[in-house]
Design a protein around this ligand. Structure first.
Ligand code: MN
Length: 239
């Protein structure tokens, strides 16, 4: 038998080529932020919990996930998805983790944050509502292709940690959603701490932190402009 060469050690053979790594641009850096997983927080602003018919009291946070492959970058296209007649925008602060861990304390949580971005948790509301009624998973409503547009990452080293700031989403220039980061029911450190009791977090994980009130439908031809004070804007075309 031939001894394996060093080349064989470095480059494993695959039956099919692995999918390309998913990454986001970083403001002021040539290097990109490689994305691992996407966690999303449900009902994290009282006014949105109320508009969805829920009690806005401070229950423990709950989470769902989207595949990293659902990311669309700033200036990109959101193809109107199949099998839905009610696709909603949800503007959210996205937290980008530099390091992971389990049972991270809220006091230590911000030292695990690389930076922040503006995101959209796009939702097939009709499929999500059906899933809720039937007690089924939310994946078809939440985790479909192109469902996680995300803007350029701003390193915390440049912007500091965001605990307040206006959150605004317009569609074709018309205001739809507005809120303030200070009104998060579970703030960023608390969310990281809680999530890290459920999952061992990793470098490259993103957390979409929930949306304020004003969610609503989009149609093909719409332009969504998502803004959070201090962060690069996110513009997405519905096609
Ligand atoms: Mn959401």
């Amino acid at each position: 038998m031939n001894a394996p060469t060093s080349k064989q050690h470095l480059a494993p053979a695959y039956i099919f080529s692995p999918p390309p790594a998913v990454s986001l641009p970083v403001q002021g850096e040539a290097a990109r932020f490689a994305v691992n997983r996407i966690f999303c927080v449900g009902r994290n602003y009282a006014d949105h919990a109320k508009e969805m018919g829920h009690d806005p009291s401070r229950e423990p946070p709950f989470f769902f996930m989207k595949p990293a492959s659902t990311i669309v970058s700033d200036g990109g296209h959101f193809p109107y998805p199949a099998l839905s007649k009610d696709v909603h925008h949800e503007i959210e602060l996205v937290v980008c983790l530099s390091q992971g861990g389990k049972n991270i304390s809220a006091d230590q949580a911000l030292s695990h944050v690389y930076g922040y971005a503006v995101g959209l948790d796009m939702t097939r509301r009709d499929l999500q509502s059906e899933a809720k009624k039937m007690g089924r998973p939310w994946d078809t409503g939440k985790a479909f292709d192109h469902s996680a547009p995300c803007g350029t990452v701003l390193p915390a080293a440049q912007c500091g940690h965001l605990a307040q700031g206006v959150v605004v989403l317009t569609v074709n220039g018309q205001p739809r959603q507005s809120g303030d980061l200070k009104d998060l029911i579970w703030n960023v450190p608390e969310t990281i701490a809680y999530l890290s009791t459920l999952f061992e977090l990793s470098t490259g994980d993103l957390i979409y932190t929930g949306t304020p009130a004003g969610v609503g439908p989009v149609v093909a031809g719409d332009v969504m402009l998502a803004r959070i004070a201090g962060l690069p804007d996110l513009a997405i075309n519905v096609v």
